[in-house]
Design a protein around this ligand. Structure first.
Ligand SMILES: [Zn+2]
Length: 226
C-alpha cells in the first residue's frame, strides 16, 4: 500500500453486475473525482440478461460499450455467470474464475486482480481457490460500519452499502478522522438500487460530501489494497 506514505485515509466504491444504471453512476463519480471498482460477469453481457428488482428494470450492458464507460475505474471478476460460489466444486470454481478474469482482461486490455463474491458467499474453501487463481483481494457484503484495514485481503468486508440509513453519519465521522494508522471507507452496492426511492439524489449528496478532501486518497480497491 504505497499510498499510505502520503495519506492516512482512502475512499473507494465497489459496484456489482455491470448494469445500464452504471452509466449514470459513472457520470456522477467522474463529476466528483471518485473511483470505483466494477465487478463484472463476462458471460452475462448479452441482451437476454434482464430482470426486475422491486419494479425496476435491470439489464446488463454489452461488452462493446464497457471499456469507454469504465475508463479510469477498475474492473474485477464476479464469476462468468454470477453463480453462487457455494454451488460450484473447487475445480469448477477455479476454472470459472480463470475464465472470467481472462475474458475481462481481453475486453478491457488490462490486468484484473480483484473479485467480489456473488451473493457474498465465501468460506475458507472458496477463499483458497481464489488465492490459487492469483486473485489479490476479494470483497464480501457484510457491513463493518468501520474503517479498519481488512485483516484478510481475500475476505474484505465493506464499510457499508449505500442504501443503509447511516451513510451520512459514517461519512462525517470518516471526514473528521485524523488517524495515526491508515483507514479505509469502502462503499458498495448495485447502481439499479438508485432507481428506487430517490436514490440518485441521495447518492449525489453523499458523493458531494465525500469528495474533494486533500487528506483522502481516492482510488479503486486494487490501488488501495494491493
Ligand atoms: Zn452481483
Amino acid at each position: 500500500m504505497k499510498w499510505t506514505d502520503k495519506y492516512k485515509k482512502a475512499f473507494a466504491l465497489s459496484y456489482d453486475d455491470g448494469v445500464y444504471q452504471d452509466v449514470r453512476l459513472v457520470e456522477i463519480l467522474n463529476k466528483y473525482g471518485l473511483k470505483c471498482t466494477f465487478n463484472l460477469n463476462s458471460g452475462l453481457m448479452n441482451p437476454n440478461s434482464v430482470w426486475y428488482a422491486d419494479g425496476v428494470k435491470v439489464e446488463r450492458m454489452p461488452p462493446d460499450m464497457l471499456p469507454d464507460l469504465y475508463s479510469g475505474h477498475e474492473i474485477a471478476s464476479h464469476l462468468t455467470a454470477h453463480q453462487n460460489p457455494l454451488d460450484l466444486d473447487s475445480p469448477q470454481l477455479y476454472d470459472d474464475v480463470i475464465q472470467d478474469v481472462a475474458a475481462l482482461e481481453e475486453i478491457f486490455g488490462r490486468t484484473v486482480q480483484g473479485f467480489a463474491y456473488p451473493f457474498g458467499a465465501v468460506d475458507n474453501r472458496i477463499r483458497d481457490v481464489l488465492k490459487r487463481c492469483g486473485i489479490k483481494y476479494a470483497r464480501g457484503v457484510i457491513s463493518t460500519h468501520g474503517f479498519e484495514l481488512p485483516a484478510d485481503l481475500l475476505n474484505i468486508s465493506p464499510t457499508c452499502r449505500h442504501r443503509e440509513e447511516n451513510i451520512f453519519q459514517l461519512a462525517e465521522r470518516f471526514i473528521n478522522l485524523e488517524p495515526d494508522t491508515p483507514q479505509i471507507f469502502l462503499l458498495w452496492g448495485h447502481s439499479y438500487e438508485f432507481d428506487m426511492q430517490r436514490g440518485w439524489e441521495r447518492f449525489e449528496r453523499f458523493c458531494d460530501l465525500m469528495s474533494g478532501h486533500d487528506d483522502i486518497y481516492y482510488a479503486p480497491c486494487g490501488d488501495i489494497f494491493c
